[in-house]
Design a protein around this ligand. Structure first.
Ligand code: FE2
Ligand code: FE2
Length: 272
């Protein structure tokens, strides 16, 4: 469905603000800003390697995310240019994790080649068919990723791992900015069609799963054993509810939307 001229203009403005902030405040350099000279083998562990490898695997489906995502938004300037910028920023995430795994000696080049082969043997498909639903998905997925990376940054800080602390600081900041952009997209969609957007949000939330779920072998088990995952409660409290608040639903609308996600909400009695 074509978007209105008003929506087109608002999308463009939103992207311009995102891009200006990224260019002025958020750019980071993989070669100069990560303190690689502080790598210390004392921090190496197989659990830690499995954790970074899981994130790396998820970031490595970038060619699929970019291709499918761009195809969906190619006629909407703001959303399409965001997709291009997003791809550049995400490309650094997979790269910096890869560099960490190999420079630290946690993985050999041969192990990494085999890992790449396993990743690229499968491709990611769009979980939802429309731009509006994918904006809802983007807000949730980027929020979940940001929460996980922030937790890793704090863990690295506690462990005195300066390299990982820097890496997770940069990538979590990027993910937070992506989450904000998608959240604004939902707000713009709500201005156009409040009821339809809320229905989409509820549908996406009820069927939400991370991109690696179903693609990366033993994904859920890996999240658990490597410490890469976040709990459903953390996702709800730090990811989902702030989005629900930010997009400004009324009580009645919220109730209606929440009734569709009853199984998830039931896990958090304080919210029901
Ligand atoms: Fe990322
Ligand atoms: Fe992201």
């Amino acid at each position: 469905m074509p978007i209105s001229p008003c929506m087109r203009e608002k999308m463009y403005r939103t992207y311009l603000e995102f891009f200006e902030s990224a260019e002025r405040k958020r750019r980071w350099n993989l070669f100069d800003d990560v303190p690689w000279d502080k790598l210390d083998a004392a921090h190496n562990s197989e659990r830690g390697a499995a954790c970074i490898e899981t994130y790396c695997a998820e970031e490595f489906y970038l060619p699929d995310y970019s291709a499918r995502g761009m195809e969906l938004v190619r006629t909407m300037f703001g959303a399409a240019w965001f997709s291009a910028c997003w791809s550049y920023e995400e490309s650094k995430h997979g790269l910096v994790f890869r560099e960490y795994l190999t420079r630290s000696g946690l993985r050999t080049p041969e192990e990494f080649a085999a890992f790449e082969g396993r990743i690229f043997a499968h491709s990611w498909k769009l979980p939802f068919p429309t731009h509006r639903q994918m904006a809802c998905y983007g807000a949730l997925q980027e929020a979940a990723t940001c929460i996980a990376y922030r937790a890793q940054r704090e863990a690295a800080s506690r462990d005195g791992n300066l390299v990982l602390e820097a890496i997770f600081s940069f990538v979590s900041r990027d993910e937070a900015a992506h989450a904000r952009f998608y959240r604004t997209m939902i707000e713009l969609e709500m201005e156009e069609d409040r009821e339809g957007t809320l229905a989409d949000f509820a549908h996406v939330l009820a069927n939400f799963k991370m991109p690696g779920d179903g693609l990366i072998p033993d994904y859920k088990e890996r999240l658990k054993t490597s410490g890469a995952g976040i709990s459903p409660r953390t996702f709800l409290e730090s990811g989902v509810f702030p989005i629900i608040k930010a997009i400004g639903t009324t009580r009645a609308e919220l109730k209606q939307a929440l009734s569709r996600i009853a199984p998830i909400i039931a896990a958090v009695p304080a919210i029901a």
